[in-house]
Structure formats: C-alpha cells, structure tokens
Design a protein around this ligand. Structure first.
Ligand SMILES: [Zn+2]
Length: 286
C-alpha cells in the first residue's frame, strides 16, 4: 500500500506515475510491437495500462497480455458493436470466463460494455444492445466488479439503466455527454475518461467538461490505437499508443490551469481508489 502512495505523492514531476485506463493492446496493429509499446510507456511514466476486451475472441489474448506485462491489467466484456444477434452463448462464455478469473490479480472488471447509437440502427439492434448491456451489468453486480462503459449518443439511457442496479462504479470511457450527464454519472459512483478528444480545439464541449468537472472524478485514457490526439496525423504508419498519456495530461493541466504533477497524482489516485487490485503495484517500490 505504502509503495504506490509514496510514488504518487512524493516523486518529482519528471518521475510521474500515470495510468492509461483504456488501451486496446490486443489490437492487430500492436500485435508484433506490444513489447516495445509497453517499454516505451513504462519509461515515459505511463506505468499502468488497462486493456479492456471487446468480444469473446480476445478474452484469452487480453488475459495473456496482462500476464506478460507487469503493468497491464484487463477487463472482460462484450462491446455493443460486437454483440451476437443470434445467440446468447457469448454471454454464457463471458459469465464462465469471469467466474474462472475472479481471483486473478490482473483481472479488474467488466468492460467494455455499453450502448452505441452513433449510427441509425433498427429496433432489433437497439433491443439486443440493451439486452447485452443489462445482462453484463447483472454479471458485474453478482461479482461486485467495476464497469468500463462505452456510451455514444446513449448517455441518458445508460444512466437510467445504471440507476436500477447496485453497481460498483466504474469508468465512462471517452466521455462525450453534457456537463449535467457527467454530474449524474459521478453521483452514481463513476469516473469520466478523457483522452485525445480534449486535444482538439474544436471539441469545445469535451474541453469544457474536462476543465470544469471535479478533478477527483477524472481519469486519463488513450483508447489507442484509435482516437489520435491532435499532434498525430492520420498517416498509415502513425498510430496512437499509451505514451501519449503524458502529453494528454499536459493538455489537461493547461485547460485546468494546474501543474501536470497535480493531474498525474489525482488521476492515478482516482483509478487506484476505484480498482483496489491496483494496490498490487507495490511491486514498483521493490
Ligand atoms: Zn474501447
């Protein structure tokens, strides 16, 4: 316990301890370079990476990555755009897999799950997205696990579904709703994830939220290899990685008119409070 708090509060700014709460480390782009990406993240101060799964095919991959790299932790869930419209077998497999890994020190929660109404979907798709989401909320509730939630153009429905559950809190990944919706999520015990989108001047709503919400409810994420920050171009050879958390934290510190050290210590503390298993990081102090 002492180890991590010592690191968070007493280290110099150049020895910051940052957490990327959302990285698709299992993505094919990262496959052959994951070791290099991980080492670069470590040396730039991004000591912990949370890698959520998105479908049943990456459950094993993501678990193995977490066990290969000391600072990588994983969650298990079925993303709203990866749901199987024809069967419930994926949900059964999720339940079985979570039962098997519940005491795994690298397994930290259920996600990413949620609702994505970005495109126009037919009623059947909306129905299945909701069904998958609610069933995964029930699994999280049964095992008292935090949630990693993907919510696009669906914040009010997600809020109303969460209100019906005794959830263990979680992270609203890449939060894109209104200030008021943010406050409602915070009141339900959720943290709000901010990443590359705050680096674009045109994203006034997201930047306003990131600069004015209480700092004790904010966490950092890259959503890498997706969600490029403004300084990376869409060149096919350039992709987003957890290292970018350092400069994203710097942008946030400027938006909030505080030091990057304050951003690092607060956001890291927020994640550790939500996910007690990260106390395992005592190893860093050895
Ligand atoms: Zn994601």
């Amino acid at each position: 316990m002492l180890g991590i708090w010592k690191l968070i509060f007493y280290l110099e700014p150049h020895q910051m301890f940052l957490i990327d709460t959302h990285c698709h480390l299992d993505d094919v782009i990262f496959r052959s370079v994951s070791s290099r990406i991980y080492q670069r993240a470590q040396s730039s101060g991004v000591k912990v990476i949370i890698a959520p799964s998105t479908n049943i095919n990456n459950f094993d991959i993501i678990k193995n990555l977490a066990h290969n790299y000391e600072g990588v932790f994983y969650s298990l869930g079925i993303h709203p755009l990866s749901i199987n419209l024809n069967s419930h077998s994926d949900l059964n497999l999720l339940y079985k897999t979570i039962s098997n890994v519940i005491s795994d020190k690298k397994f930290i929660g259920v996600g990413e799950i949620g609702l994505d109404f970005r495109k126009i979907y037919d009623d059947a798709n909306i129905y299945f997205q909701k069904e998958y989401f609610v069933k995964q909320l029930l699994i999280a509730e049964e095992f008292s696990l935090p949630l990693i939630i993907h919510s696009v153009k669906s914040q009010d429905i997600v809020l109303s579904l969460l209100k019906k559950r005794h959830n263990s809190g979680g992270i609203i990944h890449s939060f894109s709703g209104s200030y008021q919706q943010a406050i409602s999520f915070i009141n339900l015990g959720f943290l709000l994830g901010f990443g590359g989108s705050i680096t674009y001047k045109r994203n006034t709503k997201v930047r306003h939220n990131a600069s004015s919400l209480p700092l004790d409810s904010i966490v950092l994420e890259t959503d890498s290899p997706y969600m490029l920050p403004s300084w990376l171009t869409n060149d096919k050879d350039i992709f987003n990685t957890p290292c970018e958390i350092v400069d994203i934290a710097l942008v946030l510190s400027r938006l909030r008119n505080c030091s990057i050290g304050e951003i690092a210590s607060s956001t890291t503390k927020n994640v550790v409070n939500l996910i007690p298993k990260l106390n395992y990081l005592n190893y860093i102090d050895k």
